[in-house]
Design a protein around this ligand. Structure first.
Ligand code: PMP
Length: 456
């Protein structure tokens, strides 16, 4: 028995896989990744793959950043663990909170640390509920998210997520969570409707939803500046200006989920800067530590902090937090990550290589299978269609998305299909020749898929 079979068999025998078709997995087994270097990962058989989605949209510095290994090792030797409960603290978390406030896109009062994007968004829900109770508006509790948004997978954050399969059979979403329009112009605009007119219509729909529910019951609206797991969807022109005006009119908080967009992905430090967002609360994760350690953060305005302090005065203690909130090793790695972004001028790098990335992405639009392409910074998406002229979508049962994902692996690039869309989100350190290599490999997979589709 080869080692490969052994690893696959052991995986099938022992591991329950997240976000995996469990029935197919029993047949096909896993792709076992053994090591990484730069933008590449290597299978246990030594095969090289470009990680075109930076793992799960997260390894900004690629897969072998020695400085982060060093930061983790140094901190483990000095103080491998401490917590922030009961007024205790440790230095890396204090330093990191200060650093995040310093680079935040809007004035921030306090930073709350958690371990994942899901925990960050769950924490937001609790903070907003706590805040509105303290402010004497216990009925103002509803959250509005968007269809196809992804905000995580814990109970409240799953409910914010707007993807049907994360709710199905899980008895979710929670009753306080609602979903407004998916802002995807290509699919959802009316014939001849401009991006601006479409954005006005969506803002109007949001306002109608708030009025229907009663503004006194609607606490917050949450959005990813660019939707990631919903298919790398860029908002239509003027969308956020119009949405934010509606929120202000009805005293609804704005939560920016920067879990994917934060730290350079859209060509600025924050997606909020790329799209002129003025949120009350920001959540971030992933590239915060280049994913070398699990850490995420919730950044809150002074108005929110004052309300939360008020609540704490009432109850005696702000009774929320995790054993690993502000974990010193994770915080030290995150701090070093943010320093590296500055030292190596990573955002300048993203701005320098992004035109190449966007040009190659747009070039895919020439292909007979590609109906739409869209991107900003180093994130992009395309939609594969059965008929370009009519925009006819592939029936999901045709499994075109999974098919092309598999062809990608064959051609040495790992990319993510989201139904009939493909998402591109490479490590931010990617160079122009590597961008070409990524798209060259993808185009081979696209051609294979086209032949397969034509064969029926
Ligand atoms: N928000 C967004 C925008 C995300 O993309 C994700 C994860 N893909 C999350 C939240 C949840 O993060 P995690 O998987 O770390 O819980």
């Amino acid at each position: 028995m080869t080692e490969r079979t052994t690893a696959a068999e052991r995986d099938i025998a022992h591991v329950l896989h997240p976000f995996t078709n469990l029935v197919q997995h029993k047949e096909k087994g896993p792709l076992v990744i053994d090591r990484g270097e730069g933008i590449y990962v290597y299978g246990e058989d030594g095969r090289q793959y470009i990680e075109g989605v930076a793992g799960l949209w997260c390894t900004a510095l690629g897969f072998n950043e020695e400085e982060l290994v060093q930061a983790a090792t140094d901190q483990m030797r000095k103080l491998p663990y401490y917590h922030f409960f009961h007024s205790k603290a440790s230095m890396p978390g204090i330093d990191l909170a200060e650093k995040l406030k310093g680079i935040a896109p809007v004035p921030i009062s306090k930073v709350f640390f958690v371990n994942s994007g899901s925990e960050a968004n769950d924490t937001v829900v609790k903070l907003v509920w706590y805040y509105n109770n303290a402010r004497g508006r216990p009925q103002k509790k509803k959250f509005i998210s968007r269809v196809n948004a992804y905000h995580g997978i814990t109970l409240a954050s799953t409910s914010l997520t707007g993807i049907a399969k994360v709710h199905a059979e899980f008895d979710l979403p929670l009753p306080q969570m609602m979903h407004t329009d998916f802002p995807y112009h290509y699919r959802n605009a009316k014939d001849g409707e401009s991006e601006e007119a479409y954005a006005s219509r969506l803002a109007d729909n949001l306002e109608q939803m708030i009025l229907r529910e009663g503004p006194e019951t609607v606490a917050a609206f949450i959005a990813e500046p660019v939707m990631g797991a919903g298919g790398a969807v860029i908002p239509p022109a003027t969308y956020y200006d119009k949405i934010q005006a509606v929120l202000r009119r009805h005293d609804v908080l704005f939560i920016a989920d920067e879990v994917i967009c934060g730290f350079g992905r859209t060509g600025n430090m924050w997606g909020c800067q790329t799209f002129s967002l003025k949120p009350d609360i920001i959540t971030c994760a992933k590239a915060l530590s280049s994913a070398y350690q699990p850490i995420a953060a919730v950044l809150i305005s002074d108005e929110i902090y004052q309300g939360v302090e008020e609540g704490s005065r009432k109850v005696g203690v702000f009774a929320h937090g995790f054993t690993y909130s502000g974990h010193p090793v994770a915080a030290a790695v995150a701090l070093r990550t943010l320093e590296i972004y500055e030292e190596r001028r990573l955002i300048d790098h993203v701005q320098a290589v992004s035109p190449r990335f966007l040009k190659r992405l747009a070039g895919l639009g020439e292909h007979p299978l590609v109906g739409n392409t869209r991107g900003v910074g180093l994130i992009g998406g395309i939609e594969l269609v059965a008929d370009k002229a009519t925009k006819k979508a592939f029936d999901p049962a045709q499994m075109v998305g999974p098919y092309i994902s598999e062809r990608c692996v064959e051609h040495g690039v790992i990319l993510r299909n989201i139904e009939n869309n493909m998402a591109f989100c490479p490590p931010l350190i990617i160079t122009e020749p590597q961008i070409d290599d990524l798209f060259d490999r993808f185009e081979q997979a696209l051609d294979d898929t086209h032949k397969w589709v034509k064969r029926g």
